[in-house]
Write a protein that binds this ligand. Structure first.
Ligand code: NDP
Ligand code: MG
Length: 383
């Protein structure tokens, strides 16, 4: 059970919900970080009194330092300070809730200090899953997934003595806002359309990833890395109601699932209290008022990003870092209204085709692949 947490990305959707849970559980807060949201971080510091507050944007950090002069909280700026926040000795758990592969170095820093990692930042595992899992195995740092599907699987696997007992993992997928459309209809969809997710309220990047189904592709890779399973043992089913958060099928044919209302505070809470469970003030799932639970196969033609991610997973090496870096850059362009819906797929595919998949990459090679992928996407976009 956790006593003191640090949150990387405390001003975002997961970060704010983590602070709700921290308040409910009476946890202490050691460090909070954000990129540029000064007002939000200032309010959080005044409420939770962390020892350290970090803003990666230097100007925002200077502004925050002036505002917090009357407090005991130290303020630092820049990317390196994220690693300092991640490694702060007071915290036993680090919640990685930044968006994107910028979370990689700080996650490794926290693992180096044998913290429990409550991992929301899936891009880190997609880019460098083997490196991260090997580092955790070496130091004994626990990695507890916060992503709802992976938390569901983690919960279903309690009591499972060996990976050999698993036949397959079944990730559920809401289908996103464009479910049921054909390619012509989906191709017309704009940023405003993509940002309307049917069941979850999340940050803009993951919301767009849910519309393209790249999110599910990233989650397939995340599951492969977390549980060290091949692609053949990770399936996806569309489940529009987001009540069944994922399932595990075992060798003997038993299928275990975790159900709950679509509320990220439940997986966040479990990552804090594991291996125990505490009272939760949220409304419980009421099966009698649930809509009928339905399951369908994903449409890989209308949503080709899912198959693209699966191909990258099979290619292995730096291919997943390329996939992720290209997608991050393409989503940034889509959110700036500079490219269309299917350009996200086309640009990411181009980057994967253009770059080699370096086997067993080092951290430096992963960072280089990420950078090269971003450059290809921005160059292609301007050409
Ligand atoms: P948000 O966009 O809501 O929040 C992102 C957080 O990261 C903010 O605190 C933001 O600070 C900070 N941040 C953004 N860019 C940088 C940067 N370049 N350097 C340092 N910090 C940065 O994202 P979400 O909370 O939705 O998602 C966070 C992670 O959790 C993602 O990896 C996502 O895939 C994963 N996840 C999210 C779920 C959800 O329900 N939201 C569900 C499952 C997984 P600022 O506010 O200053 O911009
Ligand atoms: Mg998820």
């Amino acid at each position: 059970m956790t006593n003191t947490i640090s949150i990387l990305g405390s001003t975002g959707s997961i970060g704010r919900q983590t602070l709700d849970v921290a308040e409910q559980l009476g946890l202490c807060v050691a460090a909070l970080t954000a990129n540029s949201s000064v007002d939000r971080l200032e309010a959080q510091v005044r409420k939770f009194h962390p020892r350290l507050a970090v803003m990666t944007e230097e100007a925002a950090a200077r502004d925050l330092a002036v505002r917090l002069k009357d407090t005991d909280t130290r303020v630092l700026g820049g990317f390196a300070a994220l690693e300092e926040a991640a490694a702060l000795p007071e915290a036993d758990t680090v919640v990685t809730a930044v968006v994107g592969m910028v979370g990689l170095r700080p996650t490794l820093a926290a693992i180096g200090e044998k913290k429990r990692i409550a991992l929301a930042n899936k891009e880190t595992l997609v880019c460098a899953g083997e490196l991260v899992m090997d580092a955790a195995e070496k130091t004994g740092a626990e990695i507890i997934p916060v992503d709802s599907e992976h938390s569901a699987i983690f919960q279903c696997l309690q009591g499972c003595a060996s990976r050999q007992e698993i036949k397959r993992l079944i990730l559920t997928c809401s289908g996103g806002p464009f479910y049921g459309m054909n390619t012509v209809e989906a191709g017309r969809m704009t940023k405003a359309d993509a940002l309307k997710h049917p069941n979850w309220t999340m940050g803009p990047k993951i919301t767009v990833d849910c519309a393209t189904l790249m999110n599910k592709g990233l989650e397939v890779i995340e599951a492969m890395r977390l549980y060290r399973l091949p692609l053949e043992q990770v399936d996806v089913v569309v489940h529009r109601q987001s009540i069944v958060h994922s399932l595990v099928e075992f060798r003997d044919g038993a299928v275990l699932a975790q159900l709950g209302t679509p509320d990220m505070r439940l997986p966040i809470r479990y990552a804090m209290t594991y291996p125990e469970r505490g009272e939760n003030p949220a409304d419980p799932l009421d099966l009698l008022s649930c809509p009928p639970l339905t399951f369908a196969p994903p449409d890989r033609e209308v949503f080709p990003c899912l198959a693209l991610a699966e191909e990258a997973a099979v290619r292995g090496g730096t291919a997943c870092a390329v996939l992720n870096g290209a997608n991050e850059e393409a989503v940034r362009l889509f959110l700036a209204d500079r490219i269309g819906f299917y350009d996200i797929f086309h640009l990411t595919k181009k980057a994967i085709a253009a770059l080699p998949a370096v086997e067993k990459p080092t951290l430096e090679e992963i960072l280089e692949a990420d950078q090269a992928a971003r450059e290809i996407v921005s160059k292609e976009h301007f050409s």
